[in-house]
Design a protein around this ligand. Sequence first.
Ligand SMILES: C[S@@+](CC[C@H](N)C(=O)[O-])C[C@H]1O[C@@H](n2cnc3c(N)ncnc32)[C@H](O)[C@@H]1O
Length: 237
Amino acid sequence: MGTRSGRWREQVINALNGLGVPCLIMNSRSIVKWYFTRKYREEDPYRIARNTCDMRYSDMLRMLAPMHFGKALDIGCGEGMLSEMLLSVCGHVDGMDISEAAVNRARNKFRNRSHLRFLAADILKAELMEKYDLIVCAEVLYYLTRNQLRAVLLKISSGLNARGYLLIGNIKRIQSSSGFFRSHIGAVEINGMIKEIGDYEVVKEEDRGGDILLLVRRRETACDPRSVGISFGSMLQ
Ligand SMILES: C[S@@+](CC[C@H](N)C(=O)[O-])C[C@H]1O[C@@H](n2cnc3c(N)ncnc32)[C@H](O)[C@@H]1O
């Protein structure tokens, strides 16, 4: 997609959002993929590697200490920095991201790291056949609409081992200059939905000011509605 057509498309979406008809557009998965494809044309678009003052990752790891996990999944892993850090508390980490460019950079950056693999996939489409002891979603769930979020939370629950953990971090208020994600929800509402679903019990919640970290554990009584799908391994390129 050329730069000019990309700008044109963004202007149309912004204009429609301004007219109050954003949902039809935002619910299109191709638009979301297109948004992140554009975002990752630049390396490290979220300035993660360059922002040495950001304690977000170390705060997330601290939430997990002193536990150690067998297998973890990092959903929305971007270029894989957090996935790699998770190896300090996990035996194996799978990172998944909707952006192929981000996943390719992650694979390249950490090609010498064993027990770390990356997959380009949309969490809304991918089924989790493998069971994880820990699933991490750092700054990704607010890109989903309410209905999508509910479906993903249930999918995560069925992808966790009995008594497995889910660690999430989300900003409180969603601001988007492009308006793509204007109707999406922030940390308070996301955490509320997790508590309401009933599959998880809260272990720790930490308000960091601009964002909230939440660690929950899957209840033994949580049901496991899905048993078919695509294995992570089979989708690896
Ligand atoms: C704000 S970045 C966060 C990256 C990293 N988790 C972190 O905390 O630094 C959000 C990431 O989620 C990914 N993402 C958004 N929607 C996704 C989806 N439906 N499935 C998989 N990844 C998604 C984006 O490509 C992007 O890399």
